[in-house]
Design a binder for this molecule. Sequence first.
Ligand SMILES: Cc1cc2nc3c(=O)[nH]c(=O)nc-3n(C[C@H](O)[C@H](O)[C@H](O)COP(=O)(O)O)c2cc1C
Ligand SMILES: Nc1ncnc2c1ncn2[C@@H]1O[C@H](COP(=O)(O)OP(=O)(O)OP(=O)(O)O)[C@@H](O)[C@H]1O
Ligand SMILES: [Mg+2]
Length: 390
Amino acid sequence: MAARKPAPAARAAASRKRAPPRTVLDEHLKAAALDVADDGIVISDASDPEAPIVYVSPSFERLVGYPAAEILGTNCRMVQGPGTDHETVRQIAIALQQGKVFQGEILNYRKDGTPFWNFLRIAPIRDASGKVTHHVGTQTDVTELHLAREREQELESTLAHASRVRTVAALGASIAHEVNQPLAAIVSNAEAALRFLEAGDAAEVREALLEIAGDARRAGEIVLRAHRLVRKQPAQAEAMDPAQVAAEVLAFTRTRLRHAGIKASVDAGKAVPRVLGDPIQLHQALLNLVVNAIEAMESQPADLERSLRVTVAAVADGVVLRVADTGPGADDESISRMFQTFHTTKARGTGLGLLVTRSLVEAHDGRLEVARNRGRGLTFTIHLPGDRNP
Ligand SMILES: Cc1cc2nc3c(=O)[nH]c(=O)nc-3n(C[C@H](O)[C@H](O)[C@H](O)COP(=O)(O)O)c2cc1C
Ligand SMILES: Nc1ncnc2c1ncn2[C@@H]1O[C@H](COP(=O)(O)OP(=O)(O)OP(=O)(O)O)[C@@H](O)[C@H]1O
Ligand SMILES: [Mg+2]
């Protein structure tokens, strides 16, 4: 085996014999490399303040469309044009002046006027004493990359806009949904006041007017609150006990629950963390779900069991509030329609309740989910992050 393979020294000698003279090879290779390279290469003379070009590679001629003869001896700024950023040009000048490397993207133009994005790198070349004698610039056409990035940014800003539009739509929805109630009360109290006025009953007129004033104030507060919501400030950030919110919402609907013959319960787990947010908004979010559950069960024959269960429990990433009913439930298609603006199956519904609930929950960095129960009905779940500083 050893006899077949030449010894290391012999191998080295053989390869030395085959190699052409080093300088010849280098010149040939350099020229070939510069010729096939896509990146442009430019060398300029740093001893002249005008920084005249002393060398351009064939790839640079191809990139910018100027033949070497036309640009040797001139400054490289001939590739700049109307869309070139002045600040970037200024940064190049500063880097050159300070003997530093410049690297960045700049909009340049070919001889025929077509623009391209140039990833430009300019570095100083120093002599033995450290003095900058030349600069070498390399140019890469990154137009494709640039366009792709622009498209991506455009998409991102479209998405951001879409979510802003949704927030604003939800704001309108929220106002419409919540203001409706006090407005209806104002109208009926005003009609009552007119009747009392004709009957000469000043005390009743006074009572009705007081109620009108109260409802008008409530409507005003709702508008203010909705305005805060769209400004992304759950302004009244308070630490609150979610179990207490649940109990209060059920207390609020007690009469209605009794009339509908619904058995209602709050099932609060142990060690439920507090949540941070606007108590009024959270009440509203949960109330919309509870009212939906009540209405769903009212739509069913009275002999079917009607039960409403509100569960409050701690989960790994915070708290869940579940509202489970024994109503008619919904198929996949109905579930996907529920959250659409103005979608309602009720004669007097606005179809905004779930939308409002979802946007209130999302304003608290939470999420709203819905699932079919094993038995009858649906369960809506509000997930909220727990308060990190209990
Ligand atoms: C070696 C070298 C290569 C350069 N290549 C480019 C280039 O490809 N595109 C460009 O816009 N500017 C390029 N420049 C920068 C301009 O030549 C010039 O330095 C710049 O516009 C700042 O100077 P000014 O403010 O006098 O124009 C290069 C500069 C040097 C020294
Ligand atoms: N618990 C539920 N069980 C069955 N269907 C439900 C339930 N909750 C909501 N839905 C369906 O989703 C629809 C949309 O609910 P949403 O609360 O958005 O509006 P709405 O209740 O119809 O009207 P509004 O809340 O404005 O009075 C309802 O009309 C109903 O068809
Ligand atoms: Mg509703």
